[in-house]
Design a binder for this molecule. Structure first.
Ligand code: MG
Length: 244
């Protein structure tokens, strides 16, 4: 028995542990990075700024990602199509950074549009939303077609912006939805959505409806024809309490 805590205290409801139980498993250590945004010690890096080797064309399986890599970022090459990670994941903490073109072109949905598609079908909008009115559920950080972000936290075009996303994957039992997807999103450290349940895959001009899919899928980034850049893409699978 450990002398770190107590064993003569009540059991915490729903657990096997006493209040202040010294024998309860210690949370494992994770070494934070020295600079915000770069990956901590247990992250899986999807893009480190040097190569899109971990990615492929979303249009044609097995074909290389057609976007260009330079100066530590990947940039959309319009017309080459969406790209997706070769790795697949379920519930996770995801970090990525993006920048809309510094030279402003177009307006509304036509300005600095891209997207982060969780599990390939749930789009968190990427858009140059700085002084650029559009329909709210299509604004930067919106759960496209379902929920506008709580606030517009956009920096000026050309500047790097961060998304920190906590994603809980939907669960299916055969054709039945057991629990919907749920997401928490911060943009530049500002809360956009808190534990918001999705109504289904995001759609253009339609309401959403779930279709069962695998428990782990790729991360997809959108080619919407604009020169949007990405860097520092990493994730950590979500784990439960008391796991070594
Ligand atoms: Mg988009």
């Amino acid at each position: 028995m450990s002398d770190l805590g107590y064993s003569d205290t009540p059991i915490i409801p729903g657990s096997n542990w006493h209040v202040h139980d010294g024998d309860r498993p210690q949370p494992r250590g994770v070494t934070p990075s020295t600079e915000y945004g770069t990956p901590p010690s247990d992250a899986t890096v999807l893009f480190d700024g040097t190569s899109l080797e971990g990615w492929e064309s979303a249009r044609e399986a097995g074909q290389p990602a057609g976007w260009k890599v330079e100066n530590g970022y990947a940039e959309v090459v319009p017309g080459t199509g969406d790209i997706k990670s070769k790795a697949t994941m379920g519930s996770m903490q995801l970090h990525l950074e993006w920048a809309a073109p510094e030279v402003v072109k177009g307006d509304g949905q036509g300005r600095g549009n891209s997207g982060v598609f969780l599990m390939e079908v749930y789009e968190i909008q990427v858009l140059d939303g700085y002084q650029n009115p559009t329909y709210p559920d299509g604004l930067t950080g919106g759960i496209y077609g379902q929920y506008p972000p709580l606030v517009n936290a956009c920096r000026e075009p050309g500047r790097w912006q961060c998304y920190d996303i906590i994603w809980v994957a939907p669960e299916f039992d055969g054709e039945t939805l057991v629990s919907p997807a749920c997401v928490t999103i911060m943009q530049n450290g500002i809360l956009l959505h808190h534990a918001k349940e999705l109504q289904g895959p995001t759609e253009h001009r339609k309401t959403a409806q779930y279709t069962p899919h695998a428990p782990q899928k790729s991360l997809k980034l959108q080619d919407h024809g604009d020169l949007v850049r990405f860097r520092n893409i990493w994730y950590r699978p979500l784990t439960g309490y008391d796991q070594a």
